[in-house]
Design a protein around this ligand. Structure first.
Ligand code: AMP
Ligand code: MG
Length: 402
């Protein structure tokens, strides 16, 4: 059996990023992966501007509190002129700070005479205060994003603030998705007492889309070697990767591995993790194949822990470590030494102290434990039961999991 780390390393060594790219408008860029470095072609801010509604002053003597008001500046309507010592203008947030001004005083620290010709400061001004300097956030030429960065909503805003309208991104990864199992029916269909609803395809589809991939949902395949083989062959002509849940174990109706053995290449198929263990990685024609266990918890966790790093690399994304923190166990966490455990946990903060608790029954078929969880408790293979109060690593569950 491979360790989780070995399994991931094996896959990362095998898959090579896509190279095809396309040009997009930034509105369509969220979750896409940059195929170019983005350098700023402007200074941000582009000009010195006021951080407050107030007065911009030309200050020469530190204790001066009286100034002559010679005009005003609003955002988009600059003051045309230059301040000389002792002069001020009324200025609003975001307005350009005029030549000669070297401080801004917030309006609430001032009073103006009736005619609006003089302003008096309640306290002396601080030199350079409340002025957002040109280029203080970003200077022209600075690298804002590197190739392989996956864009977030905030990143799209940042691109817009730089004046960038179009970006080069890698082609969206095409992922074909199947379920296998004679016991499965679709929600909404009539179900015999010996059947269950296909839930994996719904979770996995949503997770893959949230990860930024394009999903080709190819439905349910019965436990039949020929039908599985046909489905995989067909999918391999359309997709960069094929993901299938169920049938990767050693049961009498587990044909996935046999099919990959016969028609493709099996990389490995057992990983020392819980939930998980049966997991197949390989190749069918030109497509990478990921065979996930059928148990719903195992399917989601092996997708996230094992398949996603490889899929992201395939899609051109630079590797990003998931957020991990060390907290105290709020209760006993049962574990047998042997495999690495990814227990479903709930992080709770009370009185400023964060502890982790079990999300309940850890059965690998119980998707409700994943629904309740906000983290995975990471327990190394050798680790045994952890007592309350001991330190433990947890991985905060974020997109695409939640
Ligand atoms: P398998 O890996 O095919 O041996 O399946 C292991 C367990 O997961 C069995 O109890 C299956 O009924 C269940 N299972 C397999 N596929 C799905 C699915 N798509 N949705 C929900 N449960 C499934
Ligand atoms: Mg099955």
């Amino acid at each position: 059996m491979l360790s989780v780390k070995e399994a991931i390393q094996h896959m990362l060594k095998s898959v090579h990023p896509v190279t095809e790219s396309e040009t997009l408008s930034i509105d369509a860029g969220v979750d896409r992966i940059l195929a170019q470095d983005v350098l700023s072609t402007v200074d941000i801010p582009a000009y010195d501007n006021s951080a407050m509604d107030g007065f911009a002053l030309h200050l020469t003597e530190p204790n001066q509190t009286g100034f002559t008001v010679v005009g005003q500046a609003l955002a988009g309507h600059p003051f045309q002129g230059q301040l000389v010592p002792g002069q001020a203008i009324r200025i609003m947030t975001g307005a350009q700070v005029p030549q000669g001004a070297n401080a801004v005083v917030p309006i609430e620290n001032t009073e103006q005479d009736k005619e609006g010709e003089q302003v008096r400061l309640f306290n002396p001004a601080q030199l350079h205060a409340h002025i957002r300097k040109r280029g203080e956030e970003l200077v022209c030429g600075a690298t804002v994003f590197s190739t392989g960065h996956q864009l977030t909503p905030v990143d799209i805003g940042l691109l817009a603030s730089l004046g960038v309208a179009k970006i080069d991104v890698f082609k969206r990864l095409q992922v074909a998705l199947f379920s296998t199992g004679d016991e499965l029916v679709l929600p909404g269909q009539t179900r015999r007492p010996d059947q269950i609803y296909d839930s994996n395809r719904f979770v996995l589809h949503a997770m893959l889309e949230r990860a930024g991939f394009s999903v080709l949902n190819l439905g349910l395949i019965p436990d039949n070697k020929q039908e599985i083989a046909d489905a995989f062959m067909q999918a391999s002509t359309q997709a960069d990767a094929i993901i299938c849940s169920g049938g990767v174990s050693v049961g009498d109706a587990d044909y996935t591995k046999q099919v990959i053995d016969a028609h493709g290449d099996v990389g490995f198929w057992k990983v020392a993790m819980k939930p998980g263990k049966p997991f197949a990685f390989g190749k069918v024609n030109g497509s990478w194949f990921f065979g996930l266990p059928g148990n719903p918890v195992s399917a989601t966790i092996t997708l996230q822990q094992l398949a996603l790093p490889a899929l992201y690399q395939l899609a051109g994304r630079r590797s990003v470590e998931p957020l991990e923190i060390v907290v105290t166990a709020g209760e006993t966490l049962k574990k047998r030494p042997g495999r690495a455990d990814f227990q479903r946990g709930i992080l709770r903060t009370e009185n400023g102290i964060t502890q982790v608790f079990s999300a309940g029954n850890q059965g690998s078929g119980m998707l409700s434990s994943v629904a309740k969880a906000n983290c995975l408790i990471l327990l190394d293979a050798e680790q045994g039961t952890l007592e309350r109060g001991e330190l433990v690593r947890v991985q905060v569950l974020e997109k695409p999991f939640r």
